[in-house]
Design a protein around this ligand. Structure first.
Ligand code: AMP
Length: 116
């Protein structure tokens, strides 16, 4: 899997289109192609990290950046006060489908709990 480009690397490299809402040296953020709520963004590291299990202490700055970007997008789209949910899915039981970690940032309606 390491040598195969993920769909998100292709977006970073502009090989496929996406609605990009933010980009810097470490991350890119896009609108999810299949939104589950009125607001559904993905915050994606440019470095391909397959699952949460592959994170280590060298990723502290990256993780900090991912959540900083999530907070900033929530403010920019004005749902920071109403609220939102952030999710990293991991592997089969977590429902992960793209093996390049990404934080889901979801809002715009009251979300149910517990997840299905
Ligand atoms: P997960 O199931 O947690 O791995 O999430 C993968 C997410 O990526 C899903 O919510 C998909 O809708 C989304 N997705 C897959 N391909 C694209 C794409 N080309 N552009 C934007 N979002 C995508």
């Amino acid at each position: 899997m390491k040598n195969t480009k993920s769909i998100f690397e292709m977006i970073v490299d502009r090989e496929i289109d996406a609605k990009i809402v933010y980009e810097d040296d470490l991350v890119i953020s896009i609108e999810d192609i299949n939104p589950v709520a009125p607001y559904h963004f993905l915050i994606i590291p440019k470095e391909k990290i397959s699952t949460l299990n592959d994170l280590n202490n060298s990723h502290k700055e990256l993780l900090n950046r991912i959540f900083e970007v999530a907070r900033n997008i929530a403010k920019e789209f004005n749902f920071d006060q109403k609220g939102y949910r952030t999710i990293f899915n991991c592997n089969e039981y977590g429902g992960q489908t793209v093996y390049h970690i990404h934080l889901h940032l979801i809002s715009g309606r009251k979300l149910g709990w517990p997840p299905g």
